[in-house]
Design a protein around this ligand. Structure first.
Ligand code: 13P
Length: 288
């Protein structure tokens, strides 16, 4: 199946009260592990690519061509969207040209008028090309230079203003942050989420910073309109821990254990297990 926009899978998820996972990719192993798990579980999936990861993988065109070829070679039948994560205005156009099927324009750091103007323009471009578009209101915190910023809570009226522009899905800050949550994290603001959902109706809402959010909070967020959940750090932690274990056990020193196909295998299995756990929690298994 060729890449698809995220629109249909998210509309169905919102109506069916489950969420589709966006799992960020970093390289071939990540991509393969996520695609195989989605296929095995018959789950729709969104592959997220940050601008940094795109640069690391030799540009968005390399990424898009790799993903498309892999879908064909692995005979993946479930719907797969290839999505730019937290795109800049320029990054969005690069991904549209490279063949992505979905983009996120993160205009949350612009004044709301500028966010509206740029999002309006991208809504038009994406509609012409059949791509889905995610917008963000209320910055999502996270670690920057060792300082963990708490997540903002979006203004529900601003959310409505952006949703009404015709975006496909909307990321609203509800106290969520990227990376590990600090011990003094207050949890998600369900009050904000309910208010955003009330104002935006059918719009699939996106929860960023999926790593480390307790299962009961995830379930509650889905019940309040979240239809897409982003996970990145958790796969990285799982990959790193499994690789560390392999090396600490001296397995790279046994026989051909240094062969990257062997060395990276435990990490790949750990990514698969993490993705499986998340798909089960999000309720997307069997929904492809
Ligand atoms: P985590 O790294 O916290 O899982 O967040 C991922 C994310 O929201 C990507 O946009």
């Amino acid at each position: 199946m060729p890449l698809v926009s995220a629109k249909e899978m998210l509309t169905r998820a919102k109506a069916g009260k489950y969420a589709v996972g966006q799992f960020n990719i970093n390289n071939l192993e990540w991509t393969k592990s996520i695609l195989l798990t989605a296929e095995e579980l018959k789950s729709p999936v969104i592959l997220g690519v940050s601008e940094g990861a795109g640069k690391y993988m030799c540009g968005f065109k390399t990424v898009a061509d790799m993903v498309k070829a892999m879908i064909e070679e692995l005979k993946i039948t479930v719907p797969v969207a290839l999505h730019l994560d937290h795109g800049s205005y320029e990054g969005c156009y690069k991904c549209i040209d490279a063949g992505f099927s979905s983009i996120m324009f993160d205009g949350s750091h612009y004044p709301i008028e500028e966010n509206v103007a740029k999002t309006t323009e991208l809504v038009k471009v994406c509609a012409e090309k059949g791509l889905s578009l995610e917008a963000e209101v209320g910055a999502i915190g996270g670690e920057e230079d060792g300082v963990v910023g708490m997540g903002e809570c979006a203004d529900p009226d601003e959310c409505k203003m952006i949703a009404d522009l015709g975006v496909t899905m909307l990321a609203a800050g509800i106290g969520n942050i990227h990376g590990k949550y600090p011990a003094n994290w207050k949890g998600l603001s369900f009050e904000t989420l309910a208010a955003v959902q009330e104002k935006t109706g059918e719009m699939p809402l996106v929860l960023h910073g999926g790593t480390g959010i307790p299962a009961d909070m995830i379930r509650k967020a889905i019940s309040l309109g979240v239809a897409k959940i982003n996970v990145n750090t958790e796969c990285q932690l799982a990959f790193a821990a499994a690789t560390r274990q392999y090396i600490e056990a001296g397995k790279d020193l046994e026989g051909k254990g240094f062969d990257p196909r062997k060395l990276l295998a435990p990490g790949c299995e750990a990514i698969k297990a993490t993705v499986k756990e998340k798909m089960e929690l999000f309720g997307s298994v069997g929904k492809a």
